[in-house]
Design a protein around this ligand. Structure first.
Ligand SMILES: Cc1cc2nc3c(=O)[nH]c(=O)nc-3n(C[C@H](O)[C@H](O)[C@H](O)COP(=O)(O)OP(=O)(O)OC[C@H]3O[C@@H](n4cnc5c(N)ncnc54)[C@H](O)[C@@H]3O)c2cc1C
Length: 372
């Protein structure tokens, strides 16, 4: 496609990866981010090998590799620590790339360093389009015309609301508490899911002596006030094994813990005229495969490639959707299946994990080893 004026809305994983991918193909884009400062929430994140493959193509794979921790195994344990299933990640992913645990701020820093300049503290408030342009209005009172607008503004996307028949996210029946702490002893080399009844506690090393802890509880949505949040979290997981308790003991303050409800989109929207959605804005799903960030990065890379290579916008959109839809649908469907499996009573779930957990796990992730 010829040189175009492109607006990216949202400076999360999807928006920054797209800005970088476009920049590397000499396609100019402007990025606006609603927050006045970069404050990625959620503590840590698993950057899986298919995401590392994208980051290497964007030229920042080695930075992320060095800034995080390499993870070699994915373990499921019961709540006391007994091993139910151990998946060696190298045998699953082969040469696709390493599996990295990393603090979200470090991942953001790496993406930010490679992206173009961004306008912070500015959000899109309205969009209108005709055959030739999209007019975007911003919260600072400015309005500008673009050839293409990409909504990378997350599960509660404004772009989706103003440019598409609105789809509100639905509550997934789970609440999650995420934090970074310091486990005593040597750094883990595995991501571990300790499974209880209607809840689990996850641990993932993220480098620099830090561990990412994520506590997940099946429950109706509720507000968990900041005051005494740590005490309540410790109580909730008091019956769990030593590693989980050690992790919770390492936390010092309520404000180290970010609490959120899990939400996803019941329907996907990909494009409408000159507006395209990527990442969570398009297809937020249950996070149980830890693939949301990977899908956002893959979207970004594939969109940059198709915008660069296709002769016109309709062809680029068609090629983008053709390369992404079934892969994203697979992840959504499999994440939902994992979510349902984890909610089963331990008496059913644990024997199933012992017997066929490894096989099922590999079956779920194997299609993602191919390049998108
Ligand atoms: C509990 C949990 C654990 C997870 N764990 C993992 C994991 O281990 N690995 C993994 O790969 N994925 C994981 N995910 C999923 C992953 O976090 C998301 O899929 C990913 O962050 C999506 O990136 P995004 O850029 O599409 O959206 P976001 O990260 O939501 O970024 C959107 C950006 O847009 C900005 N914005 C919003 N509205 C506007 C506006 N109107 N104008 C301008 N800017 C705007 C926001 O401020 C934000 O910066 C997890 C998710 C959850 C909930």
């Amino acid at each position: 496609m010829q040189s175009r004026r492109i607006l990216i809305v949202g400076g999360g994983i999807a928006g920054l990866a797209l800005a970088t991918a476009l920049c590397r193909r000499a396609l100019d884009a402007e990025l606006v981010e609603r927050e006045p400062r970069w404050t990625p929430v959620g503590g840590g994140i698993a950057v899986q090998p298919n995401a590392m493959r994208v980051l290497h193509e964007l030229g920042i794979g080695s930075i992320v590799d060095r800034a995080g921790a390499r993870v070699h195994h994915w373990l499921f344990r019961d709540q006391h620590g007994e091993l139910l299933c151990d998946i060696a990640l190298k045998s699953l992913w082969g040469e696709v790339g390493p599996f990295i645990g990393i603090a979200r701020t470090k991942l953001h820093d790496a993406l930010l360093a490679a992206a173009l300049s961004c306008r912070l503290g500015v959000s899109v408030t309205a969009l209108s389009q005709d055959e030739h342009h999209v007019l975007a209005s911003f919260s600072d009172g400015i309005a500008r015309e673009y050839d293409l607008v990409i909504g990378a503004d997350g599960v509660h996307s404004t772009v989706r609301r103003v440019a598409f028949a609105s789809t509100d996210p639905v509550f997934g029946g789970q609440m999650v508490w995420r934090s970074l702490g310091k486990l005593p002893g040597p750094q883990l080399d595995s991501v571990q899911f300790w499974l209880g009844e209607g809840c689990f506690f996850g641990l993932c090393p993220v480098g620099n002596g830090l561990t990412y802890g994520f506590a997940n509880v099946t429950t109706p949505r509720f507000h968990d006030p900041l005051e005494s949040r740590l005490e309540r979290l410790r109580l909730r997981f008091a019956d769990f094994g030593p590693l989980v308790r050690d992790y919770l003991d390492s936390l010092e303050r309520d404000d180290q813990i970010h609490c959120t409800s899990i939400e996803w989109l019941p329907y996907e929207h990909w494009h409408s005229g000159r507006v395209i959605l990527i990442g969570d804005a398009a297809h937020a799903s249950s996070p149980m495969m830890g693939q949301g960030g990977s899908m956002a990065m893959e979207d970004a890379l594939v969109l940059a490639e198709t915008l660069d290579e296709a002769p016109n916008l309709p062809a680029a959109k068609e090629a983008f959707v053709a390369r992404r839809r079934s892969r994203v649908a697979w992840v959504r469907q499999q994440s939902q299946a994992v979510s349902e499996m984890l909610r089963l009573p331990a008496s059913v779930r644990d024997p199933a994990l012992r017997e066929s957990g490894k096989y099922r796990f590999c079956e779920r992730f194997a299609p993602l080893t191919a390049r998108p």
